[in-house]
Design a protein around this ligand. Structure first.
Ligand code: ADP
Ligand code: ZN
Ligand code: MG
Length: 502
C-alpha cells in the first residue's frame, strides 16, 4: 500500500452543436475550406461588436443543469487576454466571475462496479481559438474554428486513479450525447480534456499539481495519469518536490514531458467584457430548460436493471446511446400494447427484445454499418416479432430467420410470414397426423424408445420437424409424441396382463 493519496481534477471542453459561432453569424461547421467561415467579428477587427448566440446559451445551461450545478441568474462574460496567433483578437471571450453554472455534483458509474459522486466546481461558456498546423518551418492557421462555442466544465480534485478519470470522461461523453448538445468526439476534438494531478502523504491534503495536456482519447487520459502518479510518487519518496508545470502526453514514448511552467489566472488579466451585457435567464428560459430535461444515462441504466430485469451487460450495451435505449423502451411498450395477453409482463417482453437487440439485430446492424433508427427493423416490427414468439406463433429458429428477412426485404414480419407461407403449424390438428406418421414409419424404434433410448425419441421428433419443414411448434410436437408413446406403453401392459383380450 502506498503512503500517498492521489488527487485528480479534470477540465473538459465540449463543442456545442450550434448552427453559428458564439458571437457572430459565421457557420459553426468543420471540414470547410480553411478560413472560409470567418468575418470581421471572429477575426477581431477593430470596432466590431460581439452578439451572444442564444442557442449556445440554451445548450450550455442544459449541461449545467444536468451536472446539478447551481444555475446563474446573472451570468457575466470576461476577456481572457493572451497573445498567440490562434486568437486574432488577442483575447478570448470567456467567463470568470459568475459563470453559467456554479457548484454541482455528478454521479458516475465506475468500470470496477458501483458509482462515485464527483463534485463539479463550475461550468462556463467561451469561444474556441483557431487551429494551428505546424509543418516544418512554417505554421498554418485555419480560423474557421475561431469563435466556435465551447462549454468548459471543471471538476474538483475528487478522482483518484487514471481509471476513474477515464470513467468520468466516458460518462460525461455519454451524457452530452444524451443531451444532444455535442458530438463529444475526442478524436475529432469536439471533446477535449486537460487533467490535473497531485500527490501527497495521506491526510495532508492536496499536493503541488501538474497539468497534463495533449490527451486526445480517454485511454491517454488514463495512461498519462497513471504514469504521472507513479512519477510523482518516485520524486516525492526520494525527498524531491513537484514543480507546478504543464506537461504533454507523448503517445509514442508513453510518458509525459514538460511543456512549460504553469501560468496562473492573474497572467491572463481577466476583466469584464465591456461589449456584452450579463445574461439573465428569463422565467420562460428556465421553464423551457426544465421541460426539455432528459433522463440521465445512469438513471436509465438503473431502470433497465430494475424495471426490465436486464442483466448488467445487456443494460450496458442497450443504454450506450440514447437512440438505443429509446428504441428498446419503445419496442417493449409497443409489444405490450399490441399483444397484452401474450406476455407475462414487461420483463418477459424486455428479455426477448434485449436478447435480439444485443444479438441478431446487432449483427445485422454491424453488417450494414447502420444505426438502429436507420434500419428496416423499426421498433414496431421488433415488437411484433416478440409478440409472435411469446405467443407461440413462431419458434426461436424462425424468429432468427425473420429478423434477417426484415433486414433484407424491408417488410413487416407478418407480411413475410404470409408471403413465404411460414406460419407455424400451431394447432394440434395439424401436428398430430405428422407425429402419427413419423411414429408408424419408424415403428421399429418404439421398443427401444420405451425402454429409455432418448436419442431415438429425438430422432422421431426430428422427423416431425423435417416433415413440417420446420413449421411445427416443437413443444407441441413433443407433447403429442409423449402422449402417443404413453398410449403404446399402456396398450402393451394391457396385452401382457391379458386385461383387454377378454
Ligand atoms: P489553475 O488555477 O491552475 O487553473 P484550478 O484551481 O483552477 O487550477 O483547478 C484546475 C483543475 O485542477 C480543477 O479540475 C481542479 O480540481 C484541479 N486541481 C486544483 N488543484 C489541484 C491539486 N492540488 N491536485 C490535483 N488537482 C487539482
Ligand atoms: Zn465570424
Ligand atoms: Mg483554472
Amino acid at each position: 500500500m502506498s503512503d500517498y493519496q492521489v488527487f485528480i481534477g479534470l477540465e473538459i471542453h465540449i463543442h456545442l452543436k450550434t448552427q453559428t459561432k458564439m458571437f457572430c453569424s459565421c457557420p459553426a461547421h468543420f471540414g470547410d475550406e480553411p478560413n472560409s467561415n470567418v468575418c470581421p467579428v471572429c477575426m477581431g477587427w477593430p470596432g466590431v461588436l460581439p452578439r451572444l448566440n442564444a442557442h449556445a446559451l440554451e445548450l450550455g445551461y442544459k449541461v449545467a443543469r444536468a451536472l446539478n450545478c447551481k444555475l446563474s441568474h446573472k451570468s457575466l462574460f470576461a476577456r481572457k487576454n493572451y497573445f498567440y496567433p490562434d486568437m486574432p483578437k488577442n483575447y478570448q471571450i470567456s467567463q470568470f466571475q459568475d459563470p453559467i453554472g456554479g457548484p454541482g455534483l455528478l454521479e458516475i458509474p465506475l468500470s470496477l462496479g458501483g458509482t462515485k459522486s464527483v463534485r463539479i466546481r463550475e461550468c462556463h461558456l467561451e469561444e474556441d481559438a483557431g487551429k494551428m498546423i505546424h509543418a516544418g518551418d512554417i505554421s498554418l492557421i485555419d480560423y474557421n474554428r475561431a469563435g466556435y462555442p465551447l462549454l468548459e466544465m471543471v471538476t474538483e480534485p475528487d478522482l483518484c486513479t487514471g481509471e476513474e478519470a477515464e470513467d468520468f470522461i466516458r460518462y460525461f461523453q455519454r451524457l452530452v450525447r444524451y443531451l444532444e448538445v455535442s458530438d463529444g468526439n475526442m478524436e475529432e476534438g469536439s471533446l477535449r480534456c486537460d487533467a490535473n494531478i497531485s500527490l501527497n502523504l495521506k491526510g495532508k491534503g492536496l499536493g503541488s499539481k501538474v497539468e497534463v495536456k495533449n490527451l486526445n482519447s480517454s485511454r491517454f487520459v488514463k495512461l498519462s495519469l497513471n504514469y504521472e502518479a507513479k512519477r510523482q510518487e518516485e520524486v516525492l519518496s526520494a525527498g524531491g518536490s513537484i514543480s507546478q508545470e504543464t506537461r504533454l502526453w507523448n503517445e509514442n514514448r508513453d510518458c509525459t514531458l514538460v511543456m512549460r511552467s504553469k501560468e496562473s489566472s492573474h497572467d491572463y488579466r481577466y476583466f469584464p467584457e465591456p461589449d456584452l451585457p450579463p445574461f439573465c435567464p428569463s422565467p420562460d428560459f428556465l421553464a423551457a430548460l426544465e421541460k426539455g430535461a432528459v433522463e440521465l444515462p445512469l438513471t436509465r441504466r438503473n431502470r433497465l436493471l430494475s424495471d426490465y430485469g436486464l442483466a448488467e451487460q445487456q443494460a450496458e450495451a442497450i443504454h450506450e446511446t440514447r437512440e438505443g435505449v429509446d428504441y428498446f423502451e419503445e419496442a417493449v411498450s409497443k409489444a405490450l400494447e399490441s399483444a397484452p395477453s401474450v406476455f407475462k409482463g414487461m420483463q418477459e417482453a424486455g428479455a426477448i427484445i434485449a436478447a435480439w437487440m444485443t444479438g441478431d439485430v446487432k449483427k445485422e446492424l454491424n453488417r450494414g454499418g447502420i444505426s438502429i433508427s436507420q434500419s428496416p427493423m423499426t421498433s414496431a416490427r421488433l415488437a411484433s416479432l416478440a409478440a409472435l414468439q411469446a405467443g407461440g406463433k413462431i419458434n426461436s429458429k424462425l424468429a432468427k430467420q425473420l429478423i434477417s428477412d426484415v433486414f433484407s426485404l424491408n417488410k413487416d414480419p407478418q407480411a413475410i410470414i404470409k408471403e413465404k407461407g411460414l406460419e407455424q403449424l400451431g394447432g394440434r390438428e395439424a401436428v398430430e397426423p405428422l407425429v402419427a406418421s413419423a411414429l408408424s414409419a419408424n415403428a421399429a424404434l418404439v421398443p427401444a424408445i420405451l425402454s429409455g433410448d432418448v436419442k431415438k425419441k429425438e430422432f422421431i421428433l426430428g422427423r416431425v420437424m423435417a416433415e413440417s419443414r420446420g413449421k411445427a411448434d416443437p413443444a407441441l410436437a413433443r407433447e403429442i409424441l409423449e402422449e402417443k408413446l404413453a398410449q403404446v406403453a399402456k396398450a402393451q401392459v394391457a396385452s401382457t396382463t391379458g386385461e383387454s383380450s377378454s
